[in-house]
Each structure stands twice: as C-alpha cells, then as structure tokens.
Write a protein that binds this ligand. Structure first.
Ligand code: ATP
Length: 366
C-alpha cells in the first residue's frame, strides 16, 4: 500500500494540521495552508498571532507539536533546515560582520572559486549593488545590508524564499523603495515567497495572497482585494483597513433594519435560528455623498441626511465624521477625495444626503 499524495503540480508547499505548543501555551492550532508555485504569500497578523512561529516551522527551525509539511510532494516535517530547499532573510540583517559582501553572498555556495565569483556578481547586479563586493556589512546602510541578505538567500537558487519581517527595521522611505524592489525581483525570478509581516499595507501591496492570522489560527486566506473588500470576520475587517460598524436587527418580516428603518443588503450571512442582532460593515470610502438627492424620501434606498461634525485632511483625502439622526444618531467615518470635497463645497456643519450602497455593506452576526 502506498500513501496517495493529493498534492497537485501547482502546489509547492502543503501545511497540514500544524499545531505548536510552548508548554501550556498554544501558539498555533489547526493550520492548513497550500502555497502555490511562484506566488508571493504574506502571513499577516498582530504581534503574538503565531506568524513567525509558522515561518520557523516551515524553515525547520522549530518542530511542530502536530501536523505535517510537504514540500514538492515530499514529507519534510522531520527534515533539518539544511535539507529543505529554501533561502531565508530575517528582520535583523544577520550578515556575518567579519566577511565582506562577496563572501557573505557566497557563504552557502559550493564549487569552484571562479563559478562562485560569477554567481556573486550576477546576484549583485540583480540587487542593484554591483561593485560593493569588497565592502563589509558595517560600511553599508540598513537597506543595502538587507539587499545583500536577500542576495545571500537567493544565491543557491532555492525553490522557496522565506522573509521574516525583512523591512521592519528600515525607515519608511527605504522600506517603501525596497518593497517594490523585492516584489519586482520575486516576479522576475518567479521564486515562491512567504513573507511574515504585521504591516497591512506591506501585505496589500506585495502579496498575491494574504493569510490573515490571529491567536494562532488562520482567519482568512485571499487575494488583497478579497481580504480588503470581503473580510471573512470582524477581526479581518478591523485589522486590514478602516471600518464603520453599524448595529442592525434582522427579522423574517422586516428584513434588516437600522433604527427600525429598512436597509437593503446584497447578501446576508447565514444566521442562527432566532438570531436578531447584526453588525453591518462598510468602508469609509464606500459611502456615497450627494450634492443633490432626488431618489425619494430620506430613509429609503439606504439614504439619509447626515451632519458633518468633523473634518480631517489625511494627505490625499478627507475623512469626515458624519452623524445620521435618522439612523439613531449613527456616527460614520466617510472618506472623500480632495476634488470631491472641493466640488461639493463640503464644510463643517453641512447637511448632506448619503447612501450606504447595498453591494458594499456586509453583515456579520453579533
Ligand atoms: P511578533 O510579530 O511579535 O513576533 P508573531 O505573530 O510572529 O509576533 P510568534 O513569534 O510566532 O508571534 O509567537 C507566537 C506566540 O508564541 C507568542 O505569544 C510568543 O510569546 C510565543 N512564543 C514564541 N516562541 C516561544 C518560545 N520559544 N517559548 C515560549 N513561547 C514562545
């Protein structure tokens, strides 16, 4: 009898039922995940959610309490790090301080000296640092050191690249620049990449798919667009992006209501029998403001009058704090572009009709 592998050709890594306990503390439980060949996957979550522990288990630097890992359809759960085919970059640059750049990059390479030198120069070209091979880590900026660490991780052309918060020690401008460079490099090489980050913007801009984690479990796996527009849980909605939460009720006769006024929704969540309390979710930029409203009475068509109470300029857009008396003095954050703001001549204490578009509202059970 042979075990039948259910992995497919497009899968590089399969994580099956991984759990990790540290004494009494459960850091990870029931982690199932498949990583596709060539994709950029981000493990995203708050401090302590277990994302680093998961990456370390994949790297073989930590032994799981339960579950298995298959890399290229081979069980690697018990293999030491050196026998798994990956390169890794840590948050702290972790270069050997006593080796120059060339020797740092060549560290894991085997073979003849000329071949190694050629590979080192290839990699230096790739990361845009040709000519610095004789420098020592202490002579480099943080961004340069992290590029060298990346070159070292890629030196043996591994099948998998693991990145553990590689940008978090860098200042904002360097970080943004390197984000783009790493993403471009990853696409050029087509190397399957798993990156740990607590930074939602980093995950949204870099990942093909995001794995949102919380308290040692996976909350949602999806493309950045799916995670942002269709969060699967309240946690995901709040962790990625800005949210408005609206108390609502549901009954078979009246449907969904806010302050006893009907609200139309495109989709309803599966509700437990007899459940009446809901939370509606909508992003601040998805609420529509109207210069004029001729669509019917206030309270109909998800539309009501709001009083602008607070205005903040947040760089490229305005965030308005709006109170809606009709919906029970509901307080909403509404984001509008600067051009919309100016065109509509918005100002504090203005009254504006606003609409909660049915296709942008999501309902969560309370
Ligand atoms: P951070 O971004 O802060 O590193 P994280 O999501 O990466 O957070 P992990 O480092 O994976 O979280 O840690 C998850 C939990 O497991 C934390 O509560 C941490 O304190 C605990 N933990 C991690 N390693 C150990 C260990 N060796 N011994 C005991 N507890 C640990």
């Amino acid at each position: 009898d042979f075990p039948v592998s259910t992995t497919t050709a497009t899968e590089l890594l399969r994580v099956d039922g991984i759990a990790k306990r540290f004494g009494e503390f459960s850091a990870l439980s029931g982690i199932d995940l498949t990583v596709r060949k060539g994709e950029f996957l981000c493990l995203l979550g708050p401090s302590g959610c277990g994302k680093t522990t998961l990456l370390r288990i994949i790297a073989g630097l930590e032994v799981p309490t339960a579950g298995s890992l298959q890399l290229n359809q081979r069980d690697v759960t018990r293999l030491p790090p050196s026998e798994r085919d990956y390169g890794i970059v840590f948050q702290s640059y972790a270069l050997f301080p006593n080796l120059n750049v060339a020797d740092n990059i060549a560290y894991g390479l085997k073979g003849r000296r000329e071949d190694k030198l050629r590979r080192v120069n290839e990699l230096l070209d790739l990361i845009g640092l040709a000519g610095i091979d004789a420098k020592f880590p202490a002579q480099l900026s943080g961004g340069q050191q992290q590029r060298v660490a990346l070159a070292r991780a890629l030196a043996t052309s591994p099948g998998l690249l693991l990145l553990d918060e590689p940008l978090s020690a860098l200042d904002a401008r360097v970080r943004e620049h390197l984000r783009r460079e790493i993403k471009a490099l990853q696409q050029k090489l087509g190397v399957t990449t798993i990156m740990v980050t607590h930074d939602q913007e980093e995950a949204l801009t870099m990942a093909d798919r995001i794995v949102v984690m919380n308290h040692g479990v996976i909350e949602q796996v999806g493309t950045p667009e799916e995670i942002y527009a269709q969060p699967a849980s309240r946690f995901v909605a709040d962790f990625v992006g800005q949210s408005n939460w609206i108390d609502a009720t549901f009954s078979a006769e009246a449907g969904v209501q806010v302050n006893q006024l009907g609200i139309a929704l495109q989709t309803l969540p599966a509700l437990a029998v007899g459940q009446r309390e809901l939370s509606l979710f909508i992003r601040p930029e998805d609420i529509e403001l109207h210069a004029h409203w001729e669509g019917g009475a206030m309270g109909e068509a998800n539309t009501a009058l709001g009083d602008i109470e607070k205005i903040e300029l947040l760089g490229g857009f305005y965030r308005l704090g709006i109170n809606v008396p009709l919906w029970g003095n509901l307080r909403l954050n509404v984001d509008v572009s600067r051009s919309t703001y100016q065109r509509m001549r918005l100002s504090p204490e203005r009254r504006v009709p606003l609409t909660l578009p049915a296709d942008k509202l999501r309902a969560f059970s309370k």
